[in-house]
Design a binder for this molecule. Structure first.
Ligand SMILES: NC(=O)c1ccc[n+]([C@@H]2O[C@H](COP(=O)([O-])OP(=O)(O)OC[C@H]3O[C@@H](n4cnc5c(N)ncnc54)[C@H](O)[C@@H]3O)[C@@H](O)[C@H]2O)c1
Length: 419
């Protein structure tokens, strides 16, 4: 129940503040803070067709929104503000059903502040000084990385490669990143490194397998419990097993398809269920699902059909999911990076593609790994591979851009140009 109530409450807070919020369920629900906004959700329980009482999310969202609006009206402006343009928000929200407590939630702008409130039962209001009424939206985009500040993000396959770069990039731009990976040790080591460097809770490791519905469901439930909701889901986990269509084993083809294509469907399914709950109470708040695709999702890849097919197919999923999910203000886009030559897929000294291509004699005349690398770099008009910051710029663009969805954005140094 907490994993349903927390995103509804988070949506409520996002809607009122139009700024990121962290919503944490209290462990002890008995001590009710004096300033808590108390909302009765009796009206959210309805009899279904079989006569059984069940919780109706839409009815709950309505009850929550009406109660919050009434509270805002009551609380502000107050005499204590002496005419200052201050907007107040509750830092504790108690949900009840008649005499029963459903949940008590602590709220703040960042996760550490919310955790502190929960520990110390600090229920002082969250105050915001309102900008003057004539402030116009700036046309500049200075500080673009600020678009993810204090947002909640998840990166699947976040422990290494592009996923690691994206986790590092989001955390250094002020987001809280859930690093979701099959490789829990790798995710934990990276989260530890990020938190030490940032001096705050900037990353949380979670074990997840994107090919399993149970695992994906548990991942998004964990995010709802730990942060209250989500703003940005980066569906990055991907694998590559190359092979000729004449010879590739079906097992290998299916493995690639399961992670890259079906895994993207599974992640989107459970991410958007969580984002939709938030939307019910925050119709103004836009959220993002970004799939890390590939340039091989835009052009064929010789003897690599399973991979390219999974990526082409995912462009179709992106366009289709985008059409449906925009009804909940969820934008869905893919980023199609060029080759990340410095990442483990290419540069791993034992199983990296450079070693494999050298050993297989794939690049005529190449004698060393450096020769193979130089050959592939030479094929890029910009003469270098794609790197983490290149992908981060595309992520910031997509999150900041409020008027686009369903696109596949190339980041290929000019190697693939759209028609
Ligand atoms: N490396 C490149 O040159 C390149 C180029 C374009 C696009 N991409 C795409 O970028 C994404 C990341 O690729 P990379 O090369 O950085 O990969 P990588 O192999 O370096 O890392 C992949 C990560 O995903 C995790 N993972 C694998 N299967 C998983 C599963 N079922 N559930 C959860 N996690 C899982 C792994 O443990 C690993 O941490 C992929 O979608 C890939 O197709 C990569």
């Amino acid at each position: 129940m907490i994993t349903v109530l927390a995103p509804l409450v988070r949506g409520l807070c996002l809607n009122a503040a139009n700024a990121p919020r962290f919503v944490l369920a209290a462990v002890d629900k008995t001590a009710v803070p004096k300033n808590a906004l108390t909302i009765d959700l009796e009206s959210a329980y309805r009899k279904d067709d079989t006569g059984t009482m069940s919780f109706n999310e839409t009815a709950a969202a309505k009850a929550l929104s009406e109660a919050y609006a009434a509270w805002e009206f009551e609380i502000s402006p107050s005499a204590a503000d002496q005419g200052r343009p201050v907007k107040k928000h509750p830092s504790a929200i108690l949900l009840k059903r008649g005499g029963e407590t459903l949940g008590l939630f602590w709220i703040d702008r960042d996760i550490d502040a919310a955790r502190k409130r929960r520990e110390t039962a600090d229920d002082s209001f969250i105050e915001e000084t309102l900008p003057p009424a004539d402030t116009v939206k700036k046309l500049g985009s200075a500080g673009r990385s600020d678009v993810v500040k204090n947002r909640v993000a998840v990166v699947t396959g976040g422990a290494q490669g592009f996923g690691e770069q994206i986790s590092l990039g989001l955390a250094s731009s002020g987001a809280l990143v859930f690093i979701a990976d099959l490789n829990l040790n790798g995710a934990e080591a990276l989260a530890k490194k990020i938190n030490a460097a940032q001096g705050r809770t900037a990353a949380i490791a979670v074990k997840a397998d994107v090919t399993s519905e149970e695992s994906a469901e548990a991942l998004f439930a964990a995010i709802a419990r730990e942060a209250g909701g989500l703003d940005l889901c980066v569906s990055n986990a991907g694998v590559l097993q190359a092979g000729s269509v004449l010879e590739q084993e079906l097992k290998s083809f299916k493995f690639t398809t399961d992670v890259n294509y079906t895994g993207y469907f599974i992640v989107t399914k459970f991410a958007s269920r969580l984002l939709r709950l938030q939307y019910l109470t925050s119709p103004v708040w836009k959220t993002d699902i970004i799939q890390i695709n590939s340039k091989s999702g835009l052009e064929g890849s010789n003897k690599n059909g399973a991979y390219a097919g999974s990526k082409f197919g995912s462009v179709g999923l992106t366009a289709s999911f985008a059409l449906e999910l925009i009804d909940y203000n969820i934008k869905v886009n893919s980023i199609c990076p060029g080759n990340f030559f410095d990442g483990p897929l290419w540069s791993d000294p034992e199983k990296g593609l450079f070693v494999q291509y050298l050993q297989a004699g794939k690049v005529a005349g190449a004698r060393t790994i450096a020769d193979v690398k130089a050959y592939y770099e030479g094929r890029v008009p910009m003469k270098r591979g794609c790197e983490g910051p290149d992908v981060m710029r595309a992520i910031y663009y997509i999150v900041e851009q409020e008027y686009e969805t369903g696109q596949a954005v190339p980041v290929t140094g000019g190697q693939v140009m759209l028609h």
